[in-house]
Design a protein around this ligand. Structure first.
Ligand SMILES: C[S@@+](CC[C@H](N)C(=O)[O-])C[C@H]1O[C@@H](n2cnc3c(N)ncnc32)[C@H](O)[C@@H]1O
Length: 206
């Protein structure tokens, strides 16, 4: 798959790190996401070993992960904005520069709602499966939610072209299985209200 080079406006990465999740509804979302992620990680019981946070963005969730964490994002400004001294690099989630089975666990948070087709999502999930021997925590936008309905209405009215893609929970779990993951538990931040949903998976057979 050919990917176009990625350029965002100057300052985006620092705003994402310092502002996006620090006040108002952003701060509430951040609290809910951390609570759901922690509960899934408690249940996960991954094998010991390093974790991969991809896309890491500016490293918001890396502190939540057990074990040493490698941060990967395709945006060099995001990678540069990650605080701390973890290993980090700029790469695409489609072609991760790691050996098979390198990680005990992978977090893929707030990426797949930007991916339009099932085939492309499965391609990414397969690449995550290739590099992990343990568990995956992955987020997606659930189409069975008021937030999704609102987005659709705004699109019909020509008011919004957000570029976000939602999928039913059932369809997304099927995509995970097609990529070699066994879904264990899916938890929405606010079921039927908000779209954001996290899923804990174990490595299955491809
Ligand atoms: C909404 S941010 C999420 C960051 C972080 N996981 C969080 O929850 O705060 C999405 C990130 O995905 C990155 N991204 C988009 N497509 C990517 C790709 N193909 N490979 C790696 N990173 C990608 C963007 O650069 C951006 O930093």
């Amino acid at each position: 798959m050919t990917e176009t080079p990625y350029v965002r406006e100057p300052g985006y990465a620092l705003r994402y790190r310092d502002e996006r999740f620090h006040s108002g509804s952003g701060a509430a979302t951040d609290r809910r996401e951390r609570a759901v992620l922690r509960s899934l990680l408690r249940e996960a019981a991954p094998p010991p070993g390093p974790w991969l946070d991809v896309p890491s963005g500016a490293g918001r969730m890396s502190d939540e992960l057990p074990g040493d964490t490698v941060q990967v994002d395709r945006d060099p400004a995001m990678v540069a904005a990650c605080p701390g001294a973890r290993p980090r690099l700029c790469a695409s989630v489609h072609h991760l520069p790691f050996a098979d089975g390198r990680f005990a666990g992978v977090l893929c948070h707030r990426l797949l709602q930007h991916i339009a087709t099932p085939a492309e999502r499965i391609d990414i999930l397969r690449e995550l499966r290739r590099v992990s021997v343990g568990v995956l925590v992955v987020s997606f936008f659930d189409a069975c939610s008021l937030q999704h309905l609102r987005r659709r209405v705004r699109r019909w009215l020509g008011k919004n072209r957000s570029g976000r893609s939602s999928v039913s929970r059932r369809a997304f779990l099927a995509e995970l299985r097609a990529a070699g993951w066994q879904p264990v538990r899916a938890v929405a931040l606010r079921r039927f209200v908000g779209e954001q949903t996290l899923v804990l998976c174990r490595a299955g057979t491809s």
